[in-house]
Ligand binder design. Structure first.
Ligand SMILES: Nc1ncnc2c1ncn2[C@@H]1O[C@H](COP(=O)(O)OP(=O)(O)OP(=O)(O)O)[C@@H](O)[C@H]1O
Ligand SMILES: [Mg+2]
Length: 289
């Protein structure tokens, strides 16, 4: 039972997370004549960090938006936590949106609200019965859980660095004790040390909170450091999904170029050094990626 369910005991219990919390089958998305996804299928396993990669414009963000119901697909079926997203039922006892958290590409914080107020927005929507004081307490806790100093809670997004804004977005994504976490390019624009710290935070949160994480990234170090499996988007579909060694065993040119190009090799060498016990030098810090 989540903290929030404990605090708001009238809320219906959440059913258990199924072994495959996200299942996408035969997805098609087109904008006018531009086909972005065609017969795309993907299954996410419970408790994993799944990295999602693909060239810019291959439809990673549109895939995430489809999974969370913000983009109505032209065809295909999507189920999340055992519920159909494509045939949404109004009579669901628990709003499925309260069971996931999302960090959008670019952050998408409300600029006129403080960090704490941003974190409180979903709490107000889904748990209106919680007292103001308790809501403030929960928001403060989530801000700290995301690695921000306590004083950041009272600041506006414009007063924060890019890395702090990402953490504020993460705090908001965690506000409802989600079981699924969607992260769209969480380390883009961060310096190498900040990016590595964000990766560690993601892994630590996934382990301690038992999350399943859908993580879109271009960051090879993130893929090597924290992803259990990686799904590759190309040609409108998921062309391969597996561990990095499994992907390297395929002969698809894009996959070979991506993981075996200079940046891929630098990220791989960094991971190998860390495994041998040498000082972990994130390849982002040596300009590798
Ligand atoms: N609402 C929309 N209307 C029209 N076209 C759209 C819309 N949303 C996305 N697209 C198009 O769909 C394609 C995929 O977009 P998407 O944002 O998913 O790419 P991406 O893989 O996330 O790229 P990046 O790595 O640059 O973030 C792009 O060509 C984009 O222009
Ligand atoms: Mg995108």
């Amino acid at each position: 039972m989540s903290l929030l369910h404990h605090l708001a005991p009238d809320s219906p219990d959440r059913p258990p997370v199924p072994p495959h919390p996200i299942v996408v089958e035969g997805l098609r998305n087109a904008f006018g004549g531009h086909v972005v996804h065609n017969d795309l299928s993907l299954t996410v396993n419970r408790g994993e960090i799944l990295g999602v990669v693909g060239g810019s414009g291959t439809g990673k963000s549109v895939l995430m938006r489809s999974i969370i119901g913000l983009q109505i697909p032209d065809a295909g079926s999507i189920s999340v936590l055992g519920r159909s997203i494509t045939d949404a039922h109004d009579d669901d006892d628990i709003d499925i949106r309260s069971r996931w958290g999302v960090l959008f590409q670019g952050g998408a914080l409300f600029s006129t609200l403080t960090v704490a107020e941003n974190v409180e927005v979903p709490l107000k929507e889904f748990y209106p019965e919680i007292t103001d004081q308790l809501r403030h307490e929960i928001a403060r806790y989530k801000v700290m859980l995301s690695g921000l100093p306590e004083e950041a809670a009272a600041k506006f997004p414009a007063e924060l660095s890019g890395g702090m804004r990402k953490r504020a977005g993460l705090a908001r994504a965690l506000s409802l004790d989600p079981e699924l976490l969607f992260l769209d390019e969480p380390t883009a624009g961060l310096d190498p040390i900040g990016a590595a710290a964000f990766d560690r935070l993601t892994r630590a949160l996934q382990e301690t909170l038992g999350l399943t994480v859908f993580l879109i990234t271009h960051d090879l170090d993130t893929l090597y450091e924290i992803c259990d499996r990686v799904a590759v988007l190309a040609e409108g579909r998921v062309i391969a999904v597996g561990t990095i060694p499994e992907l390297l065993a395929t002969d698809h040119p894009w996959i070979q170029e991506y993981f075996n190009g200079p940046r891929g090799r630098a990220a791989h060498a960094s991971k190998a050094r860390a495994a041998l016990g040498s000082p972990a030098v994130d390849s982002r810090a040596s300009g590798g990626a």
